[in-house]
Design a protein around this ligand. Sequence first.
Ligand code: FAD
Length: 530
Amino acid sequence: MSHKSPAELRTEAVEILNGLQGMEKIRTKDRLAIPQQEMPAQDPDVRNANMFEVTYGYFEEQARVEAERCLQCRNAPCVAGCPVQIDIPRFIKHVADGDYEGSLGVIKETSLLPSICGRVCPQENQCQEYCTVGKSLKDVFKSVSIGRIERFVADWGAGLKGLPEERLQDEAPLPPSARVKIDDQPPAPEAVAASPVPEVKPATGKKVAVIGSGPASITVAADVRREGHEVTIFEAFHKPGGVMIYGIPEFRLPKKIVEDELHTLEEMGVEIRTNFLVGQTRTLKDLLEKDGYDAVFIGTGAGLPRFMKIPGENLVGVFAANEFLTRSNLMKAYDRDNAQTPIFQPKRVAVLGGGNVAMDAARTAIRIGSEKVYVIYRRSRVEMPARAEEVDHAEEEGAEFMLLKNPTRIIGDENDRVVGIEVLDYELGEPDDSGRRRPVPIEGSESVLDVDTVIVSIGNDSNPLITRTTPELEATKWGNIVTNEFGKTSMDKVFAGGDIVLGAATVILAMGEGRKSAAAINRMLTEAPA
Ligand code: FAD
């Protein structure tokens, strides 16, 4: 990345836009020559010590220039790559014309959470993978930046209206105390008022229970409530929002954005009950048989960490990434002076894995003051499942990638505290079932890294409590709930979607699952006699 200052990026965009506006006709050749717009971001040496969002989002001029790169392909291959089939060329055309309201309207036809998806969707493996511009330039990373334009439009709609002018002052470093203080107050009323509250039809007298409060559940709650049914969300944690609140860090997805969406749900009349663990506080059958719910949606996610099953994983200083991130995000443990639940102070850290969770763990460890953070991954960089932007950002912030290496054991001292990790070198062999080249160990290549903390980020399995306490619910051997094409489970009136069905997946796929189940629930409740 070039790391031009926000002011430089905006000036460049203004010049390009003026040039384009002076042209009689913009031909395909001209569009392909427009430089891809870089997203303004905090300087890596500043942001690696604060929790503020790393990227600022496009300036209006940048969004319009980037929109002009779109060729408006008739067959719109990008749409097929979007799990919720947003009409991408149409929303981009509105941006090119400066009609942001029209653009937001197009996005909201199919996507409920564009401020979130514009930030965290793995676009290079979805819409942008199929973009004709990327294909013509023979580089998927030169595709039209659909996600960044989506984020611009969504932020505009939420009242953020692009990059605040004070950011043009070029990232004046904040005092250390201010850097780690994230406002934990509920969103200000005027900010919330910016998102219009969807209309709710007259009450039907039907009640729907939604278990969990991640993106799948938020989507179901909104779509079902709109039809006039009563909706209650039951969330195990003390704060709703699922992984978007407890997993993905503030510096990637500001919590206020998720809180605003939840606030909109409450304004629509959805009740959110936190500290409510279904399977323990009440069983699934209690909700249906004793509490009078007419339908239940299970969106409990994949929050059960996997471990490596190597010697030393029970030593002091070994964490599951979920625990590490939950302490930091949900319990605000990074705010040392004020947090009620302190976090272990890692100095030399090994993060195991190559996905988004591993990048989030590594970048959080850097921000809470670790001197050295290794990311140990057994394949090469191109096979890393994390979003490319997160990998780049982690490296810029100081994470050291130890690629083609895999841990064999964690080493402890006489007090059972981590003092090192032994790793084995690998080389890439033939592709496996996933199409990625299989890592093959090189015998005798062991070496030891000096670390005091190990964060295991090799994936999550589904949360097992509900399937364990509801034997009637059909699940796979991995604990994923089995559903039909409408999200219906093996139990009458019970639907499920998101990670609990798909296994650990993505925000947009969870939303898509939620949409599908909500439509089926609405159909069922409309057909059922009152
Ligand atoms: P979740 O978001 O997991 O929410 C489930 C909720 O159910 C939780 O709040 C949980 O507390 C609650 N719950 C569980 N059991 C019960 C119970 N018995 N009773 C009541 N409540 C219960 N995806 C992307 O697209 N882009 C990214 O960049 C990205 N980064 C990620 C980073 C991290 C650290 C993690 C962990 C995941 C990331 N993902 C990312 C994946 C994405 O967040 C998930 O796919 C998505 O959140 C799944 O949504 P969901 O609604 O199925 O469940």
